[in-house]
Design a protein around this ligand. Structure first.
Ligand code: FAD
Ligand code: SIN
Length: 523
């Protein structure tokens, strides 16, 4: 067993920002970060567009960013949270700069601000088209300078430890005491006992198979919190990014940043028709729920597998300078953006809901905090405004840090039982895990996608129950493996998405159910 003051699960922007802040302020306190892959592997690393921050006080204002966020969230954002996050942006960005992150500047030495869907002004601070990579690099560099932070890479958090695990303490206030962790290299499972635990475990994209997210995005933190009985909210609001690169075979999709549309690219159907002005007066720069739903509608009308993003009319040298990675990736796919249109398709990208947290990042379980994409803060409502996610993680990591600066969490004397895997055996049926995973992803894609219906959702629940039973049986009889735990977590997350979708009776933002159309008309 390891004991620590703080256990942080996840090494993306949320987990690392909190760790750095606590470690700098309290050099005597110990922080253990567990992360299930290489230390930099995260959704953060792949962020392209940038961080939305109001820096231009002439054209832009907090008021405009707040308004854009509220419009994108379609009436379901918590306004006080939106104001808090937007107004803190400049200070949090300043800290990132102090930690060594670099962002592009223009010829006058000012930040080169980009624009994305739903933004009325240029306000997206970026590092070329690899902003997340740069942020992750700078944060990890700072972490390595701080001796009171230990990063345990290739360590998978299996479950939170709560009163339920401790004899005679089931009836006490629901409290978290750390987590059971699986060392993926040795196969050992041990307890990390912590005074305070932070879930910073990121998103769920892989539940859909076709996603912009890397393979780590399997919703582990949300599933762990759900099993520990924390409140989970707004799971129906899965955000589909409109423009993932279409690949005939592969599942995982490279993102063509929304900033490319901010740069002037057009969406066209196969006939070459620029269709977005028919759907929204902001055309390609409507918020991404609208653009994704419009593409979905075009594809259903035409039967084509994808639409196109046309950059051929743009200043190609400027494009190459701003989006070198996208340019290179397209060339690797034999697409020369100077002459060719890029085939694109919506793909699951971001979860607006998650573990319900207060402004201090508190979950509904004592001593358990959550930050970043695994949370539901109320900032995004029914649809996240582009580039507000990195910002949210920075602001909430700071809030959680502030709370811990005022309140010190004490260690418990309770005896935490070791992980018990008596009677389990090494799973021989790896094929079963793969098979169930494929089935799960297909059912989420086909029945719980951009456009839903009650019939499809109910069918999804029925199919999911079969997968659930098979996976639970496998889990009970098998020794832990990462792929089995991830599958189990994805089943839990899918259940939450489907159930909460069925509970939503009105279409909002990224949630569209054909059976709700008449309910919306009545509003
Ligand atoms: P992550 O960065 O995903 O980190 C989660 C961490 O938890 C990882 O280290 C992971 O390995 C670890 N983990 C997960 N489960 C476990 C477990 N069981 N045990 C141990 N460790 C675990 N947002 C913007 O604001 N601007 C953008 O331009 C932007 N572009 C994007 C582009 C792409 C392609 C993608 C995928 C997302 C983009 N987003 C963007 C969204 C944004 O990147 C993420 O929402 C944000 O980075 C999430 O940060 P996080 O720290 O919460 O999670
Ligand atoms: C993008 O660059 O299009 C992604 C931005 C985001 O998800 O906020």
């Amino acid at each position: 067993m390891i004991t620590t003051d703080y256990l942080v699960i996840g090494s993306g922007i949320a987990g690392l920002t909190f760790s750095v802040k606590i470690a700098e302020k309290f050099p005597e306190r110990k922080i253990v970060v567990v992360t299930k892959a290489n230390e930099d592997e995260s959704n953060t690393k792949y962020a392209q567009g940038g961080v939305a921050v109001v820096l231009d006080k002439v054209q832009d204002s907090f008021k405009k960013h707040i308004k854009d966020t509220l419009i994108a969230g379609d009436g379901l954002c918590k306004e006080d949270v939106v104001k808090l996050v937007v107004k803190e942006g400049p200070e949090r960005l300043e800290e990132l700069l102090l930690w060594g992150a670099n962002f592009d500047v223009n010829s006058s030495g000012e930040f080169d601000l980009g624009k994305e869907g739903g933004h009325s002004e240029y306000r997206v601070v970026h590092h070329k088209d690899i902003t997340g990579y740069e942020i992750e690099r700078a944060l990890l560099k700072r972490v390595h300078q701080l001796p009171n932070i230990t990063i345990l890479a290739h360590h998978f958090a299996i479950d939170l430890v709560t009163n339920h695990h401790i004899k005679d303490h089931e009836s006490e206030n629901l409290t978290c005491f750390g987590a059971y962790v699986f060392n993926q290299k040795t196969g050992d499972i041990f307890t990390i006992k912590a005074n305070s635990t932070l879930l910073a475990s990121g998103g769920i994209g892989c539940v859909y198979g076709h996603t912009t997210n890397p393979v780590i995005a399997t919703g582990d933190g949300i599933a762990m919190a759900y099993r520990a009985k924390a409140r989970i909210k707004d799971m129906e609001f899965v955000q589909f990014h409109p423009t993932a690169l279409y690949e005939e075979k592969g599942e995982s999709s490279f993102l063509i940043s929304e900033a490319v549309r901010g740069f002037g690219a057009y969406l066209r159907n196969k006939k070459g028709y620029r269709f977005m002005p028919d759907y929204d007066k902001r055309a390609e720069l409507a918020s991404r729920d609208i653009v994704s739903q419009s593409i979905d509608s075009e594809l259903k009308k035409s039967g084509e597998p994808h639409v196109y993003l046309d950059c051929t009319h743009l200043d190609i040298d400027a494009f190459k300078d701003h989006f070198p990675n996208i340019y290179k990736k397209c060339l690797e796919h034999h697409i020369n953006i100077e002459t060719d249109w890029i085939p694109v398709i919506p793909a699951s990208h971001y979860l607006c809901g998650g573990i319900k947290v207060s402004k201090k990042g508190k979950t509904t379980i004592d001593n358990l905090f959550a930050c970043g994409e695994c949370t539901r803060t109320g900032l995004h409502g029914a649809n996240r405004l582009a580039s507000n996610s990195l910002l949210e993680a920075l602001v909430y990591a700071h809030n959680i840090f502030k709370h811990h600066s005022k309140k010190e969490y004490k260690s418990t004397d309770l005896i935490i039982p070791d992980w018990n895997d008596e009677g389990t055996t090494i799973p021989e049926e790896h094929i079963l895990i793969q098979h169930n995973l494929k089935q799960l992803q297909a059912l989420m894609r086909n029945y719980v996608g951009i456009v839903r219906s009650n019939k499809r959702l109910k069918r999804a629940i029925k199919h999911l129950d079969l997968i659930y039973n098979e996976v639970e049986d496998l889990y009970k009889e098998s020794k832990i493996t990462t792929s089995l735990c991830e599958l189990r977590n994805m089943v839990n997350v899918s259940h939450l998405i489907i159930r909460q979708s069925l509970d939503r009776k009105e279409n909002k933002g990224g949630y569209y159910n054909v059976d709700n159309v008449k309910n919306n008309e009545g509003v």
